[in-house]
Design a binder for this molecule. Structure first.
Ligand code: CTP
Length: 415
């Protein structure tokens, strides 16, 4: 049973938060509701009060008859500042539906009504389920605000595609289903499954200098590694990312070490690995580098061609695997082309002496390098787990589920 504070903003989808409150109560949770003044134009306080059995607040200066208590709690004998007491007691603060306006306020830390003030004062996990017109949802301002909140640790339950409120319009912006939102709230409240675990992730692609301005590189953006790092931080892990040339937004919940070359990545990873419980090697590390990079810029004048001699780099993953302590879990990635990918990945698992290999089929253009989605197979000694096509955040979750089961199978206890 959890105490869920439900923040309702102005939008037609507000009626669906009534259903969410009902489902949450049916599941044994106790719910209090705060509303923005404009949400009351869509669903009145009496409806939420009837469902939750508790007073609804929408004004910061309005005394709370329940004194901040959730249904089932004894009411305190003093009259606390209502919104501070509500968030102090809440196990999760879910804003459903979240309008573009409220999302913008939350991203910027505004506190101009009870709902937004409560969000600023809340130590509880924040969950945001946006609902709006598809053009408002796709607007770069809204997308940037949602990204800001996500990087700050909020769980975003993305809107689905479907019929929108305005007649005849179809698009992305429709509130997620109440059951989906409730599952996300319960997930956000659940005990952090990687608490106390030191997790090291490598991400991005290395660049090997040819001369002072040119390099040999690859198309890895770092999205997959960053998604794993963010999800691991959400699960309570202490996360370090060794980032090779990644220009994606960063979260405060993760420590980043920036590197450029395979040699720098090797040094940073080997050092951080000593103290790590888990290594997830998502970086695309160069296998070869120019043998003799020029210190200055190579000029084309007087040349009719240029041959580049490459020498092998060290295999970082195999190197750290050779020094692993009992209990350290190692996950590699394999970018494989077409048929036989899983068999080749199994070969890597054994050759590199690691616990899992995440296989990407790079013959497909819609997944893998520099895209937002992925579809992988996770190969372990126990078998193969196909992870269906989905956003990289979802694939990151599946990878970490495997890490958690590998740790459980090895009965690893983290202090
Ligand atoms: N890797 C590494 N150091 C390198 C190259 C790769 O640690 N110099 C890691 C990658 O981060 C990845 C895994 O090894 O997690 C698999 O890399 P890949 O290049 O696919 O495997 P190889 O064994 O090099 O096989 P091949 O290039 O022949 O496919």
């Amino acid at each position: 049973m959890a105490r869920i504070l439900l923040g309702v903003t102005g939008g037609i989808a507000a009626y669906k938060s009534v259903e969410l409150a009902r489902l949450a109560i049916k599941a044994g949770h106790s719910v209090r509701v705060v509303q923005t003044p404009s949400s009351a134009r869509f669903v009145g306080a009496a409806t939420f009060e009837g469902i939750t059995g508790a007073p609804v607040l929408s004004d910061e200066f309005e005394p709370d008859p329940a004194r901040g208590a959730f249904p089932g709690d004894p009411a305190p004998d003093h009259a606390p500042i209502s919104h501070l007491e509500l968030v102090r007691r809440a196990d999760a603060y879910a804003i459903v539906p979240a309008s573009a306006n409220t999302i913008a306020k939350l991203a910027n830390g505004l506190a101009d009504n009870l709902l937004t003030s409560a969000a600023l004062a809340s130590p509880a996990p924040l969950l945001i389920a946006p609902a709006m017109n598809d053009r408002m949802w796709r607007h770069p301002a809204t997308q940037a605000n949602v990204e800001t909140l996500r990087l700050r640790g909020a769980t975003i339950v993305p809107p689905g595609e479907g019929m929108l409120a305005s007649k005849g319009e179809w698009g992305e912006g429709r509130l997620a289903e109440p059951a989906t939102i409730l599952a996300a709230i319960e997930g956000a409240i659940a005990a952090p499954t990687l608490a106390g675990v030191k997790l090291l992730v490598t991400a991005g692609g290395t660049r090997e200098p040819i001369d002072s301005v040119r390099y040999v590189g690859n198309r890895s953006s770092g999205r997959m590694g960053f998604a794993v790092a963010e999800e691991a931080a959400r699960r309570g892990a202490e996360v370090t990312v060794v980032a090779a040339n990644v220009s994606l937004p960063r979260t405060h919940a993760v420590r980043y070490v920036d590197v450029e070359t395979a040699a720098e990545l090797d040094a940073a990873t080997t050092e951080a690995f000593e103290d790590a419980d888990v290594l997830i090697m998502a970086a695309a590390v160069a296998d070869f580098r120019p043998a003799a990079p020029e210190a200055s810029k190579i000029s084309k004048t007087g040349r009719d061609g240029l041959a580049l001699e490459l020498e092998p780099t060290a295999d970082v993953l195999a190197g750290v695997a050779a020094q692993r302590r009992p209990g350290q879990v190692l996950v590699g990635f394999a970018a494989e082309h077409g048929a036989g990918a899983v068999e080749r990945a199994r070969g890597k698992l054994e050759r590199k002496r690691i616990d899992a290999v995440v296989v990407n089929d790079i013959s497909r253009g819609d997944i893998g390098f520099d895209t937002d989605a992925n579809e992988v197979t996770i190969v372990t000694a126990a078998g193969e787990e196909p992870v269906p096509f989905g956003p990289k955040a979802q694939v990151a979750g599946a990878i970490l589920d495997v890490v958690e089961s590998l740790r459980a199978a090895a009965d690893i206890k983290t202090a």
